[in-house]
Write a new protein. Sequence first.
Lengths: 139, 174
Amino acid sequence: MKKNANNKISPVTASRGNGRKIKNDVIFIAALLILAALAALALFVFRSEGDFVTVTVNGQLYGEYSLSENRRVEINQGENYNILVIEDGYASIETASCPDGICSSHRPVKHGGESIICLPNKVVIEVHSASNGAPDIIA
Amino acid sequence: MKKRLSTKKVAFLGLSASLALLLSWIEFLLPPLYAAVPGIKIGLPNVVILVVLYLVGTKEAAAVSLVRLCVSSLLFGNPVMFVYSAAGAVLSLLLMILLKKLDQLSTVGVSVAGGVAHNIGQTVVAMLLLDTPQIAYYLIVLTVTGTISGIFIGLCGAFLTKRLSKTKFFHVNK
């Protein structure tokens, strides 16, 4: 389907004698990394202590729990469960029935907008702060 | 008259698709690299897609990607995983095709864009499926890991393309 494909191929991928593209690559990659760094910085600077967590199961609100009192919440949905633990202002998932265990190995969260998400069980734990009207929106 | 697919091309694309599938499987077997953020992957099948994109053509790369996507979801996935993979694969493929046409970036840059686009696609689907915009936070980490793995995959793809284009197989007109 391509005529003279061979003549065209080598210059495209040659790593030498192709300075312009390599330079563009570097600029592109640097831009991506800087963007990510700026976003991370913005998140870090604008984060605020959370006051309560909301638990959402399958898009539906399951419950709201204050971070100021220690407690254990079992989020059951038939066979599946996630155990939410609130201790010393931090929320974490202690154990869960999901196969990957991503939620239970997630570090404890306490800042507004932070979340623990269990994709298999469709459970989302989200920290909110009462002081801020819209704590979840990234600056 | 309609142009027929040459036997050679059929064979090469079939081989590519099965190689991509094999790489998907290897990646599926690997443990998650960093459990706190789901979706961090090396993107091994993208090596094959890149090589086909550069050596054969756009339509062929799309076909190989589609076959890999469908068969890998059938074999080791579930419908939900299919939606995630499809969003990533389609967005990544479209962006890579576009960037290759624009001809401003080398294979590495195209691969990085593809990797990050894959992550963006999956994140957007997760946001929609779970109705949780906060998942966007993952993109910060995913952009960095996607870039790193994209560089690696891009280098692999570039070397492979370079070597393969010099072989006898690709010197005869398709």
